[in-house]
Design a protein around this ligand. Sequence first.
Ligand code: GLV
Ligand code: MN
Ligand code: MN
Ligand code: MN
Length: 404
Amino acid sequence: MLDVVDLLAEISDIGRDAARGGYSRRVFESPERELRAWFTRHAEALELDVSTDRNGNLWAWWGEPRPGAVGTGSHLDSVPGGGAYDGPLGVASALAAVSWLRETGHRPAVPLAVVVFAEEEGARFGSACLGSRLSVGAVDPVSVLGLLDDRGVALADAAAEAGIDPTGMGADPTVNELSSFVELHVEQGVGLADTPHAVAVATGILAHGRWRIRFTGEGNHAGATRMEDRRDPVVAAARLVLDARDLAAAGDAERSTRATVGRVEFIPGGTNVIASTATVWADCRAEDDDALADLVRAVSIAADAIASVEGCTVEVTAESVSPAVVFDSGLRERIARAIGDDVPALSTGAGHDAGVLAARIPTAMLFVRNPNGVSHAPSESASDEDCRAGVDALTRVLADLTGA
Ligand code: GLV
Ligand code: MN
Ligand code: MN
Ligand code: MN
């Protein structure tokens, strides 16, 4: 019987980031490919049939793929300097659940697929949940094949190097076989921290997206340019960071508006150089699509006003936008029955491939308690006991959904 804690221990050295702490496992780079190989080895040892779809998502099938199948899984990529659980916990739990079902003689009446989605975090090419969004046809491949990573490698070339034909990327029939999908994930807040519960069922996901905001000014000499003569885009970017924080903070209590600038780029980036461009990436989230649109509009208006005061120009570009998600109530009720009626319900501000699939099929998520509520950081955690409780819950759910 596979143990989720042992499975996570097996991959605990893969993709460590000495400089940032935690893990940096970017899609199609060698640590993520090593994780895919690890997944494939375990899935094949469980006698699952493993294949890669047009978009680099891995599928491990118990039973011949056909409509009516049940899916579970998550992703193996990470944010820069991420934790050990975001993604891998859902994948390792799925493997452990299948091994438990196999060894206890469960006979699925419908096929079961364990899925590893590609580029969930958008940490390499900037577009979150790219593998799932391409597969359901929510993204036009032509619009993303030219996306560049920070070393100038295009998505098309990175995919080709990983053995995926970039010309075939796009809507994929495999996903049409699924009639429901359940993703287990580490909780990314303190929703369960002070409760007696190790596991919760998700209710929904905030609307969210990423906007690239590029200020262009005038590159010049740091010593020879009088302060009043400058058109410094870094100053504009700094002001925007503060405005975005303030605009989101004003609506957080009522509309869960959140704005984060976690990444900046100053060109050319010299200590004694006034930059010519400054780019900030704003991650914006809110309780529904209207609230998100309002927040982004306000941030864009602020960017225009700041640019004009600082003598710069500004360009705002949406990189990826995900509407708010409400998970299927029937599936949630069924899950609650399968794992015990007192299971708590939690919403989340984090995006997931399950949210993408929710637009097409009944979809749900299980969250495993996170004692400090930290995620997307090295100190993300979950206890061994809670991880095993998560597998137990997922096993019951999958037994129920695939039962005769
Ligand atoms: C992904 O985890 C996100 O919510 O950004
Ligand atoms: Mn994440
Ligand atoms: Mn995740
Ligand atoms: Mn996520």
